[in-house]
Write a protein that binds this ligand. Structure first.
Ligand code: AMP
Length: 249
């Protein structure tokens, strides 16, 4: 069983984001980039499936600029078998990524697409759901546990009231949440080995997908600066401030 893992290159989560002075977006020049943290969890889960003999091959996919190849290499160093890069200089919206993924799924024939629940740059949380809809596949979002059963996949999801367990008919799209696993660090020998693993490079045109943006960003601005907090001496003072200053009770 083949598992396809889409991974996105984003600004490293440790970096303090700066908005560009012209308000067209955030600064990405000379900024440390890394694999989206939820995608790392998806790669880890796919590799564990292969190690457990459940999956036969883990294919790492990324769509974006040439540099996204580095993100694929990170996935290969963690243990992925090979990579597919769809190169595009156009900023890709979730629908465009989902269409590219659909075309790759049709070429590759994986039984599971395991992806992050959301990319920490756009916070869209849409790609997996759109892909499942385009393919007409089962979907399990925000997975905190994934177990393979006969012809199906048991997915435990984190929902508001607690945990929900779904039995998904395969093939399926599964998006992963934070508590699913703790991703491994790639060892130096594995980083070296990953340099020799194959990465196929395609363009959206090769896959017959129009990636032209549908949404126009009008402007990006910093959130308002938060005012400094104050320490209160007693519960009575806190209640008084909540009542008379913040007026929330
Ligand atoms: P989003 O819907 O943008 O929040 O992204 C959810 C997940 O879709 C990510 O965690 C990735 O697994 C996948 N994804 C989104 N954009 C890309 C991309 N450009 N290349 C590869 N995977 C992506």
């Amino acid at each position: 069983m083949k598992v396809l893992v889409p991974v996105k290159r984003v600004i490293d989560y440790n970096v303090k984001i700066r908005v560009k002075p012209d308000q067209t977006g955030v600064e990405t020049q000379n900024v440390k980039m890394a694999m989206n943290p939820f995608c790392e969890i998806a790669v880890e889960e796919a590799i564990r499936m292969r190690e457990a003999g459940v999956a036969s091959e883990v294919v790492i996919f990324s769509a974006g600029t040439t540099q996204s190849q580095e993100t694929i290499r990170t996935g290969l160093a963690m243990g992925g078998d090979r990579g597919i890069l769809v190169e595009s200089d156009t900023p890709l919206e979730p629908l465009a990524v989902a269409k590219l993924l659909k075309a790759v799924v049709e070429r590759e024939g994986p039984e599971i697409v395991l992806l992050g629940k959301q990319a920490i740059d756009g916070d869209n949380n849409q790609t997996g759901q759109m892909l499942a809809a385009l393919l007409g596949w089962s979907q399990g979002t925000f997975a905190s546990k994934v177990e393979k059963a006969d012809g199906s996949l048991k997915v435990t999801r984190e929902v508001d009231g607690g945990l929900e367990t779904l039995d998904l008919k395969l093939p399926a799209v599964v998006s992963v949440d934070l508590r699913l696993n703790e991703p491994r660090y790639a060892s130096l020998p594995n980083i070296m080995k990953a340099k020799k693993k194959p990465i196929e490079t395609l363009t959206p045109a090769d896959l017959g997908v129009d990636v032209a943006p549908r949404v126009q960003v009008l402007k990006v601005v910093e959130p308002p600066a938060r005012e400094a907090g104050v320490k209160v001496a007693s519960v009575a003072e806190l209640v008084d401030k909540l009542k008379n200053e913040a007026k929330v009770i």
